[in-house]
Design a protein around this ligand. Structure first.
Ligand code: NDP
Length: 433
């Protein structure tokens, strides 16, 4: 806190992890002797730079961009790029810190990183987005490499933005090596990567329910967000027989007591992806109930899946969920639940799966994209999907191994300790540097 006084999100993420792993670390002083904790909370490298570009009116615009190269003990830095006005050092450092543990849990050789800019893609033309992405790469390219740092998408960065950045990377480096994942299929992308975070989240939920001898069939599910993660979470939840009754954005929530159908989801995707519209437009066009400023957590559900952004589920929301009988909260987004909300869920014995375990399917499939690029091969949909499901089940098993408490599994403890052990062992073995 002394070193990072104005970084609340970063401090929140660090406190959450250190509090949960402390009893384990105290029982294993070799990690303290090696200075692992002190080293883990300091990024290996933090790059900040100016991005100047020209908008459609010919006016010069200036944004701030970052890349946090947090930890490379296990492999090259790996983590998405986020374009959103709220992006700052604190947000990206928390994401890079979380990413380090998440990537360790996937069992694939990837270190942790994150990056982004305060650029807001909303309301920008394709040309403006392209020029911004290209201007950002003029600087970022020198810090990336297939064995150094491999970014991907995140909020505000989808296939379009990854495409523009990949194109400029090739132009500047004269090399087609894999420095981005989440690429389009025509230039080295992997099948299932767009779906991976949402699908993976549901595979994880499936494993959680299986451990209790249950399935998703007939269960009521609430989802927040309406972007990449939310859309494919809704799709897989429906496939598994769940009834998804909400989607949202930062303006409000749509409530659908009948539940999503494939046709309704196709409409939501058309509004959000093709027209870059709002959830309110979808609700209006479908004649569904829309609550301005509302959240999905006000509706009763057995399974709640926050898939929007950090700190979107606070103590008040947790109370509503618990009162309404929620059984499982699994995070598709990164750190969507506040510390108070998590404490209440633990107290009420709600099964809580933190993002670093439950949403690891995205980066895991990015790892599979890197493997396919290195092999100069492209695996089938079925093969990637099967590997994704296996990885999510193996993360579940790891959480169970480290987080079993009497009658139930403490997924937060399991994910934090398992991720920590993997990274700490790799750091210890490579000496102090
Ligand atoms: P998108 O940009 O595709 O979608 C983000 C969604 O969240 C939008 O619907 C957005 O609505 C909504 N949102 C943003 N802020 C708020 C808010 N304050 N309240 C309610 N809704 C909000 O991003 P992704 O789907 O890719 O990412 C969502 C989350 O998942 C992030 O936390 C990300 O870090 C995490 N994640 C993503 C992965 C991936 O593979 N894409 C992998 C692992 C984690 P609006 O249009 O109003 O801003």
């Amino acid at each position: 806190a002394v070193r990072n006084p104005d970084q609340p999100e970063f401090l929140q993420a660090v406190k959450e992890v250190l509090t949960s792993i402390w009893p384990f670390v105290a029982a294993h002083p070799e990690y303290l002797d090696a200075g692992i904790l002190e080293r883990l909370v300091e990024p290996e490298r933090l790059i900040q730079f100016r991005v100047s570009w020209v908008d459609d009116l010919g006016k010069v615009q200036v944004n701030r961009a970052f890349r946090i190269q947090h930890n490379s003990a296990i492999g090259p830095f790996k983590g998405g790029m986020r374009f959103h006005p709220s992006v700052n050092q604190s947000v990206l450092k928390f994401l890079a810190f979380e990413q380090t543990f998440k990537n360790a849990l996937t069992t694939l050789p990837m270190g942790g990183g994150k990056g982004g800019s305060d650029f807001d893609p909303k309301g920008k033309s394709d040309g403006e987005v392209m020029r911004f992405c290209q201007a950002l790469m003029f600087e970022l390219h020198r810090h990336l490499g297939a064995d150094t740092d491999v970014p991907a998408g995140d909020i505000g960065v989808g296939a379009r933005e990854v495409g523009y950045m990949t194109g400029m990377m090739k132009k500047l480096t004269n090399s087609a090596e894999c420095v981005f994942t989440g690429k389009g299929l025509s230039f080295g992308g992997s099948l299932i990567r767009p779906e991976a975070t949402g699908y993976g989240l549901l595979y994880f939920v499936e494993a959680m329910l299986k451990a209790k001898g249950e399935t998703l069939e007939g269960k009521i599910v609430t989802v927040s967000g309406s972007g990449n993660v939310a859309q494919y979470a809704i799709e897989k939840a429906m496939e598994m027989g769940g009834k998804v009754i909400t989607a949202s954005d930062s303006s409000g929530v749509v409530f659908d007591s009948e539940g999503f159908t494939p046709e309704k989801l196709a409409k939501l995707m058309e509004v959000k992806n093709d027209r870059r519209g709002r959830v309110a437009d979808y609700a209006y066009e479908m004649g569904l109930e829309y609550v301005t400023g509302g959240t999905p957590w006000q509706f009763a559900a057995e399974v709640a899946l926050p898939c929007a952004t950090q700190n979107e589920l606070d103590a008040e929301h947790a109370k509503m969920l618990i009162t309404n009988g929620v059984q499982i909260v699994a995070e598709g987004a990164n750190m969507p639940s506040t510390a108070d909300a998590i404490a209440l869920m633990h107290e009420a014995k709600v099964l809580f799966a933190p993002g670093k375990a439950a949403n690891a399917g995205g980066v895991a499939t990015s790892g599979l994209e890197m493997s396919q690029n290195s092999l100069r091969l492209s695996w089938s949909r079925e093969e990637v999907d099967m590997r994704l499901r296996e990885i999510m089940y193996s993360i579940h098993a790891t959480c169970e191994q480290y987080g079993r408490e009497d009658t139930h599994i403490n997924y937060e403890l399991g994910a934090n300790v398992a991720g920590f052990v993997k990274v700490a062992e790799a750091m210890k073995a490579q000496g102090v540097y």
